[in-house]
Design a protein around this ligand. Structure first.
Ligand code: SAH
Length: 268
């Protein structure tokens, strides 16, 4: 029986943000293929002695599939360790299709995406009652074009939270798109570089008008998440609409209301 390939989300960088399941798989892996430029090498510290560990940075997708398949002939557990969650910008399907074709079993273990680690680092909530209840995970076009209808300007028109991956070198394009969608010059934007990386995380707070200059001044030009959202800074707002779930006037399955309902009641 050939081994099985596990696509494990390594999380955003801090090895402690790897899931317990991911750690357990690494600890019994015969071979690990990791994404060199983004996954903190420390994650491979969980590997057992004698485990074959390979950086994928100089490999094509075909070479990765071939290497993983080859390792399955020798080991029960083979891990492809990738940054954040494997289902986001991770070339998952391109690599799994040849494995399926070769009759090799595979499965995915989710990871903490850098979108969530960045919001956590900045102490921000991506959703807020009556402000926005929607999060869009996207990027701007680089060498990978955006499918029609997914231009940032169109997505920004929703005025919801935007977590923008792979775009820090194209910050001017982000600014143009938000302006074209009518965002104000003082709309808050936060950029987080190397979220959760021990000792290396940087948080840059600015506005649509000045975020690019602020990032340049702090030399933030790679491995960064751009969050544009009407929720940013809410910790310091004088007033906040309450989340219905915790509102004293709102009953639900686990708690009876202790105050009469407000006139226009809603579900959480
Ligand atoms: N699958 C990954 C995303 C890979 S694409 C995930 O779920 O997070 C690579 C992009 O992710 C980078 O260009 C950057 O925008 C973002 N990124 C990855 N790690 C990051 C980190 N620790 N801090 C901030 N952004 C990060």
């Amino acid at each position: 029986m050939p081994g099985k390939v596990w696509f494990v989300g390594a999380g955003p960088g801090d090895p402690e943000l790897l899931t317990v399941k991911g750690q357990r798989l690494l600890a019994r892996a015969g071979a690990i293929l990791f994404a060199g430029s983004l996954v903190d090498q420390a994650a491979t510290a969980y590997a057992p002695a004698g485990c074959e560990i390979r950086d994928s940075k100089d490999m094509t997708l075909e070479e990765m599939s071939a290497w993983l398949a080859e390792q399955c002939a020798r080991h029960d557990t083979v891990v492809r360790l990738q940054t954040g969650d494997p289902g986001l910008y991770g070339a998952l399907i391109e690599v799994t299709r040849p494995l399926t074709a070769a009759g090799i079993e595979w499965a995915v273990v989710p990871g903490v995406s850098s979108a969530f680690a960045s919001a956590a680092a900045a102490g921000e909530s991506l959703t807020l009652p009556e402000v926005t209840q929607t999060v869009i995970l996207t990027r701007v076009a680089g060498r990978t074009p955006m499918p029609p209808g997914e231009e940032l300007e169109a997505l920004a028109a929703h005025r919801s939270t935007l977590c923008i991956f792979l775009s820090i070198t194209l910050l001017h394009k982000v600014q143009d798109a938000l302006r074209a969608a009518g965002w104000a010059e003082d709309a808050p934007i936060v950029v987080v570089q190397k979220a959760s990386w021990p000792g290396q995380e940087k948080i840059i707070r600015g506005t649509l008008a000045d975020i690019k200059q602020r990032c340049q001044a702090e030399k933030v030009g790679s491995q960064a998440m751009i969050i544009a959202s009407p929720t940013l800074g809410a910790a310091d707002w004088p007033e906040l609409a309450r989340s219905k779930l915790y509102d004293p006037s709102f009953s639900h399955r686990f708690r009876k209301a202790s105050a009469p309902p407000a006139p226009s009641e809603d579900t959480p």
